[in-house]
Ligand binder design. Structure first.
Ligand code: SAM
Length: 232
C-alpha cells in the first residue's frame, strides 16, 4: 500500500479529489491511503497563525517554521536516516516533476506532501524537515494544492493494481523517451478523416511496427528533445 498524507491550509480542496476516479478507487481497493491534514491544527495561538512578514522586508507573508516543522514531524517523524516517509514540499523552485520522478515516488512506502501558500516556506522548514522540493513547472501558482493533486494522480496510477490493464502504463508517453502516437476509436470515418487502415487490418505485428514508427515520428515532430541520444 502507498500511504499519502497532505499538509495544507485548504483541506477542503481535496474533498472530491480523494474519492474520485483512480484515486478514489485505489483507496477503496486498499491500494492507497490518502489523508489530508489542516496545518492550523498545529497552531497554538488564538488566531491560528501560520505566516508572518519576511525578515529584510518585501511583499507578502512567509509560512513560519512553527507550526510547519512540528506538523511535519508529527506526521512523518524527524528528518534522518530512519524516517520511512519521504517528505516533499511543493515549490516552483524544486526539481521539475516528470515521469521518472513519479515512477520513483510510486515505489516509496509513504509520502507527505507539504503545500505552500503566500510567498512560500521559511527556509528552515526546508532545511530541517523536507527531503525534496518538487515543482510542477516553470510558473508560479498561488498554492501547492494543485501541484500536490497532479503528483498524486501521476503516482497513484503507477501503483500496481490501480489500473485495470497494467499494459496501459507500459505503452504511455515518456516510456522509452517517446510520446505515444495517435490513437483512434469508432467510427472508422469521421468528417472525411479515415482511421489508418493498418489499425483495422488485424495484423498485430504490423500494428506494433506502425505504432512504434508513429511514436518516433510524433516525438521528433513535437518533442525532439526527448529523442536526443536515441538512434531510431
Ligand atoms: N515566492 C515563491 C517564489 O518566488 O518562488 C512563490 C510562492 S507561491 C506564490 C506559493 C506556493 O505555491 C509555493 O510555496 C508552492 O507550494 C506553490 N507553488 C506555486 N507554484 C508552484 C509550482 N510551479 N510547483 C509547485 N508548487 C508551486
Amino acid at each position: 500500500m502507498l500511504e499519502i498524507d497532505i499538509l495544507t491550509l485548504f483541506p477542503e480542496i481535496f474533498e472530491s479529489f480523494r474519492s474520485t476516479a483512480f484515486v478514489g478507487q485505489s483507496r477503496e481497493k486498499g491500494l492507497t491511503r490518502v489523508d489530508v491534514h489542516d496545518l492550523r491544527e498545529w497552531t497554538e495561538d488564538q488566531h491560528r497563525t501560520v505566516d508572518d512578514s519576511p525578515y529584510g522586508g518585501g511583499p507578502g507573508m512567509v509560512m513560519m517554521a512553527e507550526p510547519l516543522v512540528p506538523a511535519i514531524e508529527a506526521l512523518a517523524g524527524e528528518k534522518g536516516a530512519g524516517r520511512r516517509t519521504r517528505v516533499l514540499a511543493l515549490s516552483p523552485q524544486g526539481s521539475r516533476l516528470d515521469q521518472a520522478a513519479l515512477e520513483r515516488l510510486a515505489g516509496e512506502e509513504s509520502l507527505l506532501l507539504v503545500c505552500g501558500r503566500y510567498e512560500g516556506f521559511d527556509q528552515r522548514v526546508l532545511d530541517l524537515a523536507v527531503d525534496e522540493e518538487v515543482s510542477l513547472g516553470d510558473f508560479v501558482l498561488s498554492g501547492g494544492e494543485i501541484p500536490a493533486m497532479a503528483l498524486i494522480e501521476g503516482v497513484v496510477r503507477l501503483v500496481p493494481g490501480v489500473l485495470g490493464n497494467p499494459d496501459s502504463v507500459k505503452m504511455e508517453s515518456f516510456r522509452e523517451d517517446l510520446l505515444e502516437g495517435p490513437q483512434y476509436t469508432r467510427p472508422p470515418t469521421y468528417r472525411g478523416l479515415d482511421v489508418p487502415s493498418v489499425l483495422r487490418s488485424g495484423d498485430h505485428a504490423a500494428i506494433k511496427r506502425w505504432r512504434h514508427e508513429q511514436a518516433v515520428a510524433w516525438t521528433r515532430n513535437r518533442r525532439p528533445d526527448l529523442l536526443a541520444g536515441r538512434d531510431d
